[in-house]
Design a protein around this ligand. Structure first.
Ligand SMILES: *Cc1c(COP(=O)(O)O)cnc(C)c1O
Length: 354
């Protein structure tokens, strides 16, 4: 399908201060939009960024049939716009779509949309080191209808936001023993909008106790560690790297997957397995808990300075050697200053079909 392109005649880029970008509040000139109706995706379009009118009965806002992705475009040291593992995002949005009973979006069209949108708005990729153009693809149910059933129409949208270097202050976590994020059989593995709505109250309660975010435990026993906010979590214990195994309740993070690949390549001992909070407490008491960090597209690596579980407060060192090394490797691959051994970086315009 050929994407129709309508360019803006009124670019807003001159008014943007690329040295002071508020995360998620500055939007670039164009967006991609594609409607699904009569059982098929209609003509894909790139149009000037604008409001999308909404019917009051639009299904997504009533019943939560809505999913999203988050990814980044960066510039190589020579100015070429680059995408990072875009095909993984094309696949993941369709896994989320499947779970939420939504139509798949053709992967090649998703990639084509990314390439053309980023090509057109490449001037919006901030050149400063650590900055990026954050890309937000999302799909939602657009039927004008009241009643719980799958929508017959959907909208796929992709817009972008220039973002500054994510100021990665070490964060503190409160292990949650009352509320849950996801249960086995639920939607935890999908990047579904409702998962995040449900996480806000426990996050606020954690903040009232002085913690930045919630460390989610499993829904059955409140025993096994799941993840954090929009990040997967890694523990360096006794010179091994341990991260909770995927099992349907946690998001299959592309950063997580990339870090596991890099760690194995660098010769670290890596374990993906169920990890109980008790094991972490024991390791801490034995002086074997060396570092903990979160992993996700926005921050890449977020150092964790403190974890509270019941009455135990674990203070953690944040002069992290493993986390720092991983962040430097990923940032280097993204800037094309570190060898891209695994072929993760795709120059915009050089689309590979899947
Ligand atoms: C998006 C997300 C992640 C991180 O995934 P990446 O692909 O690495 O950005 C982890 N957990 C949750 C719940 C998420 O929504």
């Amino acid at each position: 399908m050929k994407i129709s392109i309508t360019k803006t005649t009124n670019s807003r880029i001159e008014g943007v201060d690329f040295d002071n970008l508020a995360f998620g509040r500055v939007f670039s000139d164009h967006m991609f939009v594609c409607d699904y109706k009569d059982g098929a995706w209609q003509t894909p379009q790139i149009v000037p960024f604008d409001y999308i009118p909404m019917h009051p009965a639009m299904m997504a806002v009533h019943y939560g049939q809505a999913i999203f992705e988050g990814m980044k475009a960066t510039k190589s040291h020579d100015g070429t716009p680059l995408l990072f593992r875009p095909e993984m995002h094309a696949k993941r949005i369709n896994k989320s779509a499947w779970r939420m009973c939504m139509p798949a979006f053709p992967e090649n069209l998703f990639l084509d949309a990314l390439h053309q949108l980023i090509e057109l708005d490449q001037a919006w990729i901030p050149p400063q080191a650590g900055s990026a153009l954050y890309i937000r693809p999302y799909m939602y149910a657009s039927d004008e209808f009241i009643g719980v059933k799958p929508s017959k129409t959907y909208k796929m949208v992709i817009f972008t936001c220039p973002v500054g270097p994510y100021y990665a202050k070490p964060i503190s976590l409160l292990a949650e023993t009352k509320y849950i994020r996801a249960a086995e059989g639920g939607t935890g593995e999908a990047k579904a909008a409702g998962n995040y709505g449900g996480s806000l109250l426990p996050a606020r309660l954690a903040q009232e106790q002085g913690y930045d975010q919630v460390l989610w435990l499993d829904a059955k026993e409140f025993k096994y560690i799941q993840e954090v906010g929009t990040m997967n979590i890694f523990f360096v214990m006794n010179d091994k790297i341990v991260t909770p195994a995927l099992g349907g309740t946690i998001l299959d993070g592309i950063t997580r997957n990339s870090l596991l690949t890099i760690l194995k390549d660098k010769g670290y001992t890596v374990e993906e397995r169920p990890l109980s909070i008790d094991e972490v407490v024991k390791a801490h008491q034995a002086g074997q808990l060396q570092e903990v960090f979160g992993a996700g597209t926005a921050a890449v690596i977020a150092k964790i300075s403190k974890i509270k579980y019941q009455d135990v407060v674990m203070e953690l060192p944040t002069d992290n050697s493993v986390g720092t090394e991983l962040k430097a490797t990923i940032d280097g691959i993204r800037a094309q200053t570190t060898e891209d051994k695994f072929g993760w970086v795709v120059p915009v315009g050089a689309m590979q079909t899947v």
